[in-house]
Design a protein around this ligand. Structure first.
Ligand code: TYM
Length: 329
C-alpha cells in the first residue's frame, strides 16, 4: 500500500529558531521514515514581507542546509524550493477563484502581520491560498506544523472540500499534525508573544545556529516570575515556556519535570535546560557548517527535489485544469 503523504514548509525570513525546530523540523525528522515526505523552503511566501534579494537567495540555501543538518534526509524525503515548481502559483490562481474574501479577512495572522503596515500588500492577504496550493498540489494527508498554522490549515481543508464538491473528487483533505507539547514556543523576553524567527530582538529567540555561549546567555536572562516554585501554570508564562522547551527536547512529561525540580530554584532548571538545548543544537550547527560549504551537494539535492516535486505537482495541476474546463495544450 502507498505510504501516506506529509508536506510542510518554512518561510525563509529571519533565522530558523527553536520554535521552528520544536514545532516543525524535529517532527518532520521523526515522521520521514513512516511517511512519503515533502519539505519545502517556501520562498514565494517570504516575498510578502520585505526581503533584500541577496539575503533571500542566501537564506534559501542556508535553510536547505539547516533542514539537512536537522536530520531531514534527502534520500528519504523530497526537499525543494517552492519557486522552482511553478505549479504552486498556477494552482493558487484556481483556488483564488473559489476562496471568499470574508474567509481571508478572518485570518488572525493577516490581522497581526498587517496591523502596523500602511500599505498592506495583496500577497499578505492571499498568502493562505498559496499555502493551500502548496498542500493540495501534493495530495498531502498530513501537515506537521505548529499551532499558529491551524487556521490556515482549516482554510486548506475548506478549499479542498469546496473544489471537490464543485468539480468532483480531486484533492485529498489534509489533516493538521500539531505536536501535543511545544506547538507554541514563546519569546524568551516576552513570554506572552510567540517566538518568531523574524523577531528583530535576538534575545527573544534561540536561533538554530546560535553559539553555545549565546544559548547560555539567552536562557539565563529569559524572563520568569518572582516566585520560586517550579510549576507549569498559566500565571507563570515564562517558566512554563522553559518547561515546554525542556519537555519537547527530552520527551519527559511536564509532570515528571515538575516532580524532579520540586523545591529547586529556577536557576537549577535553567542550568539544566541550557545543557539540553546545547546538546540538541550544537551537533546541528557543526553539521550545518559542513553542508553549507558544499554547494554542489546542495544544488544536486535541490535539482533532484524539484524534479520529483514537479512531477507530482504537474499530475495534480493537469487534473485540476481538466476539471475546471481549460482546453488541453
Ligand atoms: P513559518 O515559516 O512562520 O514557521 C514554520 C513552522 O514553524 C512553526 N512555528 C512554531 N512552532 C512552535 N512554536 C513557535 N514559536 C513557532 N514559530 C513557528 C510554524 O507553525 C510552522 O510549522 N505559513 C507557514 C509556512 C507554509 C507552510 C506551507 C506550512 C507555507 N506553506 C504548507 C505547512 C504547509 C509559515 O509561515 O510558517
Amino acid at each position: 500500500m502507498d505510504r501516506k503523504i506529509i508536506l510542510s514548509g518554512i518561510q525563509p525570513s529571519g533565522n530558523l529558531c527553536l520554535g521552528n525546530y520544536i514545532g516543525a523540523l524535529k517532527n518532520w525528522e521523526s515522521l520521514q521514515d513512516e511517511y512519503d515526505s515533502i519539505f519545502l523552503v517556501v520562498d514565494m511566501h517570504a516575498l510578502t514581507s520585505t526581503q533584500s534579494p541577496s539575503n533571500l537567495r542566501n537564506r534559501c540555501l542556508s535553510f536547505v542546509a539547516q533542514y539537512v543538518a536537522c536530520g531531514i534526509d534527502p534520500e528519504k524525503s523530497i526537499i525543494a524550493i517552492q519557486s522552482h515548481i511553478h505549479e504552486h502559483a498556477e494552482l493558487m490562481w484556481v483556488l483564488n477563484s473559489i476562496c471568499y474574501i470574508g474567509e481571508l479577512n478572518r485570518m488572525t495572522q493577516f490581522k497581526d502581520k498587517s496591523k502596523n503596515q500602511k500599505n498592506k500588500n495583496v500577497g499578505l492577504f492571499t498568502y493562505p491560498v498559496l499555502m493551500a496550493s502548496d498542500i493540495l498540489l501534493y495530495q498531502a494527508d498530513l501537515v506537521p506544523v505548529g499551532a499558529d498554522q491551524k487556521q490556515h490549515l482549516e482554510l486548506s481543508r475548506n478549499l479542498a472540500v469546496r473544489f471537490n464538491n464543485k468539480y468532483s473528487e480531486t484533492f485529498k483533505v489534509p489533516e493538521p499534525f500539531i505536536p501535543k507539547v511545544g506547538s507554541r514556543i514563546m519569546s524568551l523576553q516576552d513570554p506572552l508573544k510567540k517566538m518568531s524567527k523574524s523577531d528583530e530582538n535576538l534575545n527573544n529567540i534561540i536561533s538554530l545556529l546560535d553559539t553555545d555561549n549565546d544559548i547560555r546567555k539567552k536562557i539565563s536572562r529569559a524572563v520568569t516570575d518572582s516566585g520560586s516554585e517550579i510549576k507549569y501554570l498559566k500565571e507563570k508564562p515564562g517558566l512554563s515556556n522553559l518547561i515546554d522547551i525542556y519537555a519537547s527536547l527530552t520527551k519527559e512529561s511536564i509532570k515528571s519535570i515538575e516532580n524532579n525540580y520540586q523545591g529547586k530554584m529556577y536557576s537549577v532548571l535553567k542550568k539544566d535546560l541550557i545543557e539540553i538545548i546545547i546538546n540538541n543544537l550544537s551537533p546541528i550547527r557543526s553539521e550545518y557548517n559542513k553542508i553549507i560549504k558544499d554547494k554542489t551537494y546542495l544544488n544536486d539535492l535541490l535539482k533532484k527535489g524539484s524534479d520529483n516535486a514537479s512531477y507530482r505537482a504537474r499530475k495534480t495541476l493537469s487534473k485540476v485544469y481538466r476539471k475546471v474546463g481549460f482546453v488541453k495544450k
